[in-house]
Design a protein. Structure first.
Ligand code: ADP
Length: 631
């Protein structure tokens, strides 16, 4: 039954074993691969997000730079028309050789340039020759130089407002030129021009940290805080544009070299990713561009994307760390849970096994119980049967004892009868002779003998009767005396001496009078048998009262050979006898044993250390019956 339960449990354990088919190592490897894949997928998006963030951050800087530049240009653009209004300019144009007027105009232009904070103001005649200039005092004086090749001059001479940016051919400075016609009543007689430099902006940009470039329509970088990029080009140069540049001497043609750059749009935003391979190494930027339409300029801010990459990598690393931490935590939790499940499963298994065992044991106990009940019934039946048999056996035992005693009895009866006969004859003689005293004494002896015989006969009758006696208080001294009376003929015949218990107050024990008497008769009979042929045979009876245990013991010791080890262990077994056939049935002790047990007592046997057997009858002390106790 237990085996079957075990098998069932093995079956149930099966699915749990399957859950363990992914080893921890495999799970960790899978998660790591997943993390790597996730990182590979996430990295471009993260990088793009950070790039857009960088672009957004620098947008304001770009707008500020564009506005400032536009503002500076707009402010300078209005100066030439205002200056052209000055009558003195027309006067000097009309009279260019006037030695009194020229220094004055020169000085006036210098003062004005200073106060307006512009690089140069100069006045050209219709041929483009500079006749007065704010730089008249300096080494790089414009006076005497001809700027007819500059578009701003031709535009102004045509009556418009000229504007142009270029590397100054005289100053070697990059500048923005504005020009306006100077007219009198005859028409345009000259051109006044204002040049501003924009180097200050570059210095400001350099401080801001971002790289700003200003490209013209020919893709030439005109302004930038990166001085090494001045006049470099981003994107292709058109052949026609190169020609114009050469004609107008706008830039030194040799400086116009393209930067090794390429760009791609940054998806979803108005930004570009610009890669420039510099001699110093490759640099990648987020580029956004604003327009200054009037100048035909594109202002771009270039923000290095290295921080975006660093941030993306940092974020990924943090995410990976968090994921790994999470993995570790969940691994630990998973392991704990698995352990817990394992424990629960083990407990459940143990429980099931225990239950199965308990069921098995219960069934076994039930079976044992049934068997016991059956056995008890059997025993009860057997006991009833035994009791019946015992009663019969007691009777048989008594009859056997009577048989044994009959020889002694006939002697017992014959002797007093003969004596009585002799006494009676003597009495007659005494009466005839008138010896009354002797006659009376003889009659008393005869009467005593008759009494004795009557007593023996009464005992025999009682003894031979089927036991009717109930169990109750029995006076033990009296029972011993009865038994000795009954045995008197045999005792007289033998040489044995009987030492009865010293007389004292009657002791009452639980028993049946006749049955207890029979036990004592049996024990005395056995003792006599055992002492047959021994010198000075003696039977000693002792009574021990033990009020604290409520018991009383009658011990009967003889001076026979005692019992062998075999006999000691089997003496109370029915039909155990060591006596010759016809001498003993082996029932006496067995019957006595059962009788005493019926009294709630015990019959025990032992060998006395000084020799001989000791039979002890252990009985329950009790109170005398009411009618005896009352007086
Ligand atoms: P029986 O007297 O018919 O043999 P019992 O049951 O009375 O049957 O006695 C059984 C045996 O116990 C005896 O045969 C004898 O061997 C032994 N036995 C009994 N009483 C004594 C005794 N007082 N001394 C030695 N042996 C004894």
């Amino acid at each position: 039954m237990i085996d079957a339960a075990d098998e069932a449990m093995t079956d149930r354990r099966q699915p749990r074993a399957l859950t363990g088919r992914w080893s921890t190592g495999a799970v960790v490897r899978m998660v790591l691969i997943g993390l790597c894949l996730g990182a590979m997928l996430a990295y471009p998006r993260l990088e793009r997000a950070y790039e857009v963030q960088i672009g957004d951050r620098d947008r304001a800087t770009l707008e500020l730079a564009t506005q400032n530049l536009r503002g500076a240009l707009n402010r300078a653009a209005v100066l030439p028309p205002l200056l052209a209004e000055r009558p003195i300019l027309a006067r000097v144009l009309r009279d260019p050789t006037n030695a009194g007027l020229l220094p004055f105009v020169n000085e006036q232009l210098r003062q004005t340039a200073l106060s307006l904070d512009v690089s140069d103001i100069y006045l050209m005649d219709r041929t483009g020759l500079t006749i007065a200039a704010s730089s008249y005092r300096t080494e790089r004086s414009f006076v005497g130089r001809n700027f007819a090749y500059r578009p701003y001059f031709t535009d102004a001479l045509d009556g418009g407002i000229g504007r142009f940016h270029a590397l100054g051919t005289t100053s070697g400075e990059r500048g923005y030129f504005f020009a306006a016609p100077v007219s009198d009543e005859r028409g345009i007689i000259g051109v006044v021009a204002v040049k501003i430099t924009l180097d200050a902006f570059e210095a400001t940009w350099a401080e801001s940290g971002a790289t700003i470039i200003v490209q013209d329509m020919s893709n030439v970088i005109f302004l930038s805080d990166r001085a090494d990029w001045h006049f470099r080009t981003l994107g292709p140069m058109v052949e026609a544009a190169l020609e114009t540049i050469a004609q107008t001497r706008q830039y030194p043609i040799t400086a116009l070299r393209p930067l090794a750059a390429h760009s791609r749009p940054l998806g979803g935003a108005n930004y570009q990713i610009l890669t420039i391979d510099d001699p110093g190494g490759r640099a990648v930027y987020v580029m956004q561009t604003g327009l200054i339409a009037a100048a035909g300029w594109r202002v771009s801010i270039l923000s290095p994307i290295a921080p975006a990459r660093a941030q993306a990598l940092t974020s990924l690393a943090i995410a990976a760390l968090i994921a790994l931490f999470g993995l570790m935590v969940s691994a630990v939790i998973g392991q704990r849970r698995a352990q817990l499940e394992q424990q629960l499963a083990t407990r459940a298994d143990e429980q099931t096994r225990l239950e199965a065992r308990v069921r098995g044991r219960t069934a076994e106990l039930d079976a044992a119980n049934r068997l016991l009940r059956h056995e008890i019934d059997e025993r009860v039946r057997t006991e009833a049967q035994l009791r019946r048999t015992q009663t019969e056996l007691i009777q048989a035992g008594k009859l056997a004892a009577l048989g044994q005693m009959s020889a002694a009895l006939s002697h017992e009866f014959n002797q007093p009868l003969a004596a009585m006969k002799a006494y009676a004859e003597n009495t007659a003689t005494f009466l005839e002779r008138g010896r009354m005293d002797e006659a009376r004494e003889n009659i008393r002896l005869i009467s005593a003998m008759a009494d004795k015989m009557a007593s023996i006969s009464r005992h025999l009758r009682n003894f031979a009767r089927r036991p009717q006696d109930k169990t109750g208080p029995v006076p033990i001294h009296a029972v011993i005396a009865d038994a000795l009376d009954l045995m008197a003929p045999r005792l007289d015949k033998s040489a044995a001496r009987v030492i009865p218990p010293p007389p004292g107050n009657e002791i009452w024990v639980t028993g049946g009078r006749v049955r207890l008497q029979q036990v004592i008769v049996n024990l005395i009979g056995n003792a006599l048998d055992a002492m047959d042929g021994t010198a000075r045979p003696t039977i000693t009876l002792t009574l021990t009262v033990m009020p604290q245990t409520g018991r009383c013991q009658l011990a009967l010791r003889d001076t026979g050979p005692g019992l062998s080890q075999d006999a000691l262990s089997q003496a109370f077994d029915p039909f155990f006898t060591t006596k010759a056939p016809g001498k003993g049935l082996g029932l006496g002790l067995s019957i006595s044993y059962n009788i005493v047990r019926d009294f709630n007592g015990r019959l025990m046997v032992a060998n006395h250390p000084d020799g001989g057997a000791v039979f002890t009858v252990d009985l329950e002390l009790t109170t005398p019956p009411a009618e005896i106790a009352a007086p």
